[in-house]
Design a protein around this ligand. Structure first.
Ligand code: ADP
Ligand code: MG
Length: 310
């Protein structure tokens, strides 16, 4: 059976590219580009909580990194470096190899370098810490929304939650297992969006975080929200509302922008081949979300995900 150090050497060590010092010392060394600040975020995935026992390791490698890339994207930052803390119940080399493949495939697409980590025996879990660069003072924060800004959403919502509620729908399963972090969009929103967040815990709840931090309210048109296409075939409006408004794990970006940015954002959507949909507006007042149907009636929302909810 390989030792801890053989596992690290075999599966998690690649030649350093942009780090001054990568895997193998007590700490890695990185040099941020002049004029940038670091956007640092970490996300932990735990078996039984975020993924099922027996989940495909390649997809887990993808997802563990994707959820972190999504946080960096929501700041408008460019992902550069990551560390990986991995806890494994046993040394299953086929599992480790597939996990590493999924992780490095996604890392390669975004030019993100794995520069360190920790490998221990324990319940299966993986924690990635990611470092991205963003021009100093220009990050997309949650507290920048203003009254009269438009409210936008990328891609489509509800697919990941649909996969949990109704297993076996391929496009929904893909949304759950293989989320696509909106990195290019995030960086292109710098100087255009006034605030942004990624949808990890549910659209209504995550939008609520922008409103609380920005001190304003939002009116959302339910019909305008971009929804996973499978909902049209299934025809269960209640399930659709629950998944679209309260379902997590979609990793789309919700952002606000002045109305003067409409044409530029429509052009950006075309350029990135990524739908960007205007779903409502920000207004002065209490930090609450009001979601209405085409007749102006309020659409009720249950809470988004909360690990410590009773
Ligand atoms: P230390 O005992 O000094 O914390 P370790 O023996 O845990 O160092 O790790 C040795 C080297 O391997 C370190 O550079 C660490 O960052 C790296 N490393 C450990 N586990 C991983 C992993 N899963 N992925 C990437 N690098 C790792
Ligand atoms: Mg260690």
């Amino acid at each position: 059976m390989p030792s801890e150090f053989e596992i690290i050497g075999r599966y998690f060590t690649r030649p350093a590219r942009t780090a001054s010092l990568g895997v193998g010392d007590d700490a890695a060394l990185v040099r941020p580009s002049p004029g940038t600040e670091l956007a640092v975020s970490t996300d932990l995935l735990v078996e039984g909580r975020h993924f099922r026992a027996g989940a495909d390791p390649r997809k887990l490698g993808h997802k563990a990194l994707a959820v972190n890339l999504s946080d960096v994207a929501a700041m408008g930052a460019t992902p550069r470096w990551a560390t990986l803390a991995l806890s494994l119940p046993d040394v299953d080399e086929a599992w480790i190899s597939a996990f590493a493949e999924g992780l490095f495939a996604l890392a390669g697409r975004f030019g993100t370098e794995l520069i360190g980590g920790d490998t221990v025996r324990g319940p299966r879990s993986m924690c990635i810490c990611i470092l991205g660069e963003v021009p100093q003072g220009r990050a997309l924060r949650r507290d920048g929304a203003h009254a009269d800004d438009d409210l936008w959403v990328s891609g489509e919502l509800g697919g990941a939650a649909l996969a949990l509620a109704r297993p076996g729908i391929e496009e929904a399963e893909r949304r759950l297992d293989q989320p696509e972090p909106r990195v290019a969009l995030g960086t292109r929103l710098l100087g255009r969006a006034t605030s942004a967040i990624d949808v990890s815990d549910g659209f209504a709840q995550d939008l609520g975080h922008i409103l609380e931090r920005s001190g304003c309210g939002a009116l959302v048109q339910y019909e305008q929200l971009p929804k996973c296409a499978a909902f049209a075939r299934i025809g269960q409006p209640e399930l659709e509302r629950e998944c679209v408004l309260a379902g997590g794990d979609d990793y789309e970006l919700v952002f606000t922008a002045p109305v003067t940015e409409r044409a530029a954002l429509e052009a950006l959507a075309a350029e990135l081949s990524l739908p960007l949909t205007r779903v409502g507006a920000i207004h002065a007042g209490a930090p609450s979300v009001s979601i209405v149907d085409s007749r102006g009636h309020e659409v009720r929302v249950s809470h988004g995900f909360d690990h410590f909810a009773p």
